[in-house]
Each structure stands twice: as structure tokens, then as C-alpha cells.
Design a protein around this ligand. Structure first.
Ligand code: HEC
Ligand code: HEC
Length: 289
């Protein structure tokens, strides 16, 4: 390796002094345009540190001379949106549910609000499209456990079902096997009878025995023809729509253990205008009465 400065005779450029098997490394200077861009970046960065939030400190950060904050900007635009909505929200609060549904502007506002409130608060249980899952009713269909009129839906949402609210809807199906009211075979028989009500073919003798059990134990809530009772939250058993499932094991389990599904009360969790918008939204999903 050679030492000292050496200028390459062909290009006229200084070498780095490194040499391998006679091949020498040129010390080509950085292009000017590159250097100037680099200096500009450094100047920009220093200016940025001074003006904008930049350096993390132990418990805060350097705020910058301009005091810019994305959080504050978001808060401001939310406040602006609230301001723009407040007129509508007041009208929703003042109008009855029926009045809102018959006013196309208010209805549109309520549906938009209801849809987004549903996605945040209700979809975990009822599904994003409100189509439900076992134990969580489909809110799109014509089958209502507690009622599909606007006021009835509003009440279900407000106070919940078997919730901890004093005005909650209540209705408890006994756990017929667990509580010793029926024997296992009777549970199987009455399950066969229940399934036969919606057209499933079951063993005729079991169905006949089950019909007797049904008349004794079940008609108080599900009625003689099995159509159920909305006051008691006892589902219709003849329509082929199931809250928990249509297979025999599921039906037997409901009879053996009861279910007592819980829907929370929303009256203390959501504001009045949001609850109204939710009731309207659910009512217009397809099954509203
Ligand atoms: C923690 C789960 C859960 C959440 C969250 C929930 N629900 Fe429910 N909901 C239920 C269950 C369970 C039932 C059925 C209760 C029963 O009768 O067995 C129900 C029933 C209902 C009913 C009555 C349906 C009928 O057939 O009469 C309506 C209406 C309803 N929910 C609307 C809503 C709305 C609107 C929200 C959001 C604000 C919501 N639910 C959030 C669990 C939930
Ligand atoms: C005190 C009222 C009451 C009585 C009595 C009663 N049920 Fe129920 N039943 C209900 C309620 C309320 C539900 C809703 C499920 C729940 O959340 O507990 C229900 C649900 C059901 C379901 C589930 C329906 C579905 O869509 O998944 C079946 C099946 C059923 N009952 C069958 C029976 C049979 C059979 C008997 C008699 C052995 C009976 N019930 C007696 C109130 C009653």
C-alpha cells in the first residue's frame, strides 16, 4: 500500500491510497448537487426542530415554536362537526320516533347516526349487519321475541332484557331438567314435539308423549299452539326461526337448562338522541312492524 497523496494520471483525481493488485481506488468527490441537497436537508431539519414538535423528553416532548398538535386539530374538527350536527340532534330530541320516521331529512340523519352507533355498541353481539348468531337475535327478520314496533324496540334497547335495570324486560324459562321438573326422557319427548311444530319429522310416539308434557308445562308461556308470548319473551316455536338453533341437541339443552340471554340496558350508557337513532335504525332494517 502506498502512502501520501497521489494523483491518478488518467483521470486527474486523487486516490485514496488503497491499491489491490495494481488497481487503485479513486477518491472522487461527492457531486455538488448532492452536497447542496444534503446541506439543505440539515438546515430544514434544524428549522423543523425549532418550529414543530420534535424531540421526545422523559415525560413530554419539545412542543416547537408553532405549537402545532394533531390531537388539538382533531379535537377542533370534532367540535366543528358536533356544532354542525347540533341542530339535527336537537330536532331528534324534540320529535317523537314516529315523527322522525316520517320526516325524510331527520330520518336520513337518524339512520346514519344509528348505523354508526350500532357498529360501535351492538355489532359485537348482533353482528355488523344485525343478522345475529345463536342466542343473539337477528334484527332484520320479521320474527321478534319482544316486539318489532318502534316503541317496543326502543324499550328493548333502553332497558335491556334480563339486564340489571329495574325496568328491564324479564321472562325466565325454567331449567326443566336441572330443576328436577322433568326427567331426561320427557325432555327428549317434548323436544321432539317442539321440533314437529315447525315441520321436522320426529318419532310419532315421542311427539305424542311430548305433546302431553307441552300442554302441562309449556303452554303458560309458549301458548297452546306454540306461537309464544311477547310479554314473557317466549319465542314462537312454530315459525322455523330459532334463537338458539334447530337441532335436537340444542332444543333439548334449552329445555333442560333454560337460557336467560342477557341484553344490556343502554339508557345509562348512551345519550337519548343516540338511543332514538338506534331504535329507528333497527326498525327500518327490514322487520319493523
Ligand atoms: C352483550 C350482547 C348484546 C349487546 C352488546 C346488544 N345486544 Fe341486543 N340482545 C342481546 C340478546 C342476548 C338479546 C335477546 C335476549 C332474549 O330475549 O333472549 C337481544 C335482543 C335485542 C332486541 C330485541 C329483539 C327481539 O326479537 O325482540 C333488540 C331490539 C336489540 N337487542 C337491540 C340491540 C341494540 C340496538 C344494541 C346496541 C345498542 C344491542 N342490542 C346490543 C344481546 C346484546
Ligand atoms: C315461564 C315461561 C316459559 C315456560 C314455562 C317455558 N318456556 Fe320456553 N322459553 C321461554 C323464554 C323466556 C325463552 C327464551 C329463551 C331464554 O332466554 O331463556 C324460551 C325459549 C324456548 C326455546 C328456544 C327457542 C328458540 O328459538 O331457540 C324452546 C325450544 C323452548 N323455550 C321450549 C320450551 C318447552 C318445551 C317448554 C316446556 C317444557 C317451555 N319452553 C316452557 C319461556 C318459557
Amino acid at each position: 500500500m502506498a502512502s501520501g497523496k497521489e494523483v491518478d494520471q488518467f483521470s486527474g483525481t486523487e486516490t485514496t491510497g488503497h491499491e489491490w493488485d495494481g488497481i487503485k481506488e479513486l477518491n472522487t468527490p461527492l457531486p455538488r448537487w448532492w452536497l447542496w441537497t444534503w446541506y439543505a436537508c440539515i438546515i430544514w431539519a434544524v428549522g423543523y426542530w425549532v418550529l414543530m414538535p420534535a424531540w421526545p423528553l422523559v415525560s413530554s416532548y419539545t412542543k416547537g415554536v408553532l405549537g402545532h398538535s394533531q390531537r388539538a386539530a382533531v379535537a377542533e374538527s370534532i367540535a366543528q362537526a358536533r356544532q354542525a350536527q347540533s341542530g339535527y340532534v336537537q330536532r331528534i330530541l324534540d320529535a317523537s320516533l314516529d315523527e322522525i320516521e316520517s320526516d325524510s331529512t331527520l330520518l336520513e340523519f337518524a339512520l346514519a347516526g344509528g348505523r354508526s352507533a350500532f357498529a360501535v355498541n351492538c355489532s359485537q353481539c348482533h353482528g355488523l349487519g344485525a343478522s345475529g348468531s345463536p342466542g343473539y337475535p337477528n334484527l332484520n327478520d320479521d320474527d321478534w321475541v319482544w316486539g318489532g314496533k318502534l316503541g317496543e324496540i326502543d324499550q328493548s334497547i333502553r332497558f335491556g332484557i334480563r339486564s340489571d335495570h329495574d325496568e328491564a324486560r324479564v321472562g325466565d324459562m325454567p331449567a326443566f331438567l336441572r330443576d328436577g321438573i322433568l326427567e331426561q326422557v320427557q325432555v327428549e319427548d317434548v323436544a321432539a314435539y317442539v321440533l314437529s311444530l315447525s315441520g321436522t319429522v320426529e318419532d310419532a310416539e315421542a311427539v305424542a308423549r311430548g305433546a302431553e308434557v307441552f300442554a302441562e308445562q309449556c303452554v303458560a308461556c309458549h301458548q297452546e299452539d306454540g306461537v309464544g308470548s311477547r310479554e314473557l319473551g317466549a319465542p314462537n316455536l312454530v315459525d322455523g326461526i330459532w334463537l338458539y338453533g334447530s337441532d335436537k341437541a340444542t332444543v333439548s339443552r334449552t329445555i333442560a337448562d333454560g337460557r336467560a340471554g342477557v341484553m344490556p340496558a343502554w339508557v345509562d350508557r348512551l345519550d337519548a338522541a343516540t338511543i332514538k337513532q338506534l331504535a329507528i335504525y333497527v326498525h327500518t332494517l327490514g322487520g319493523g312492524e
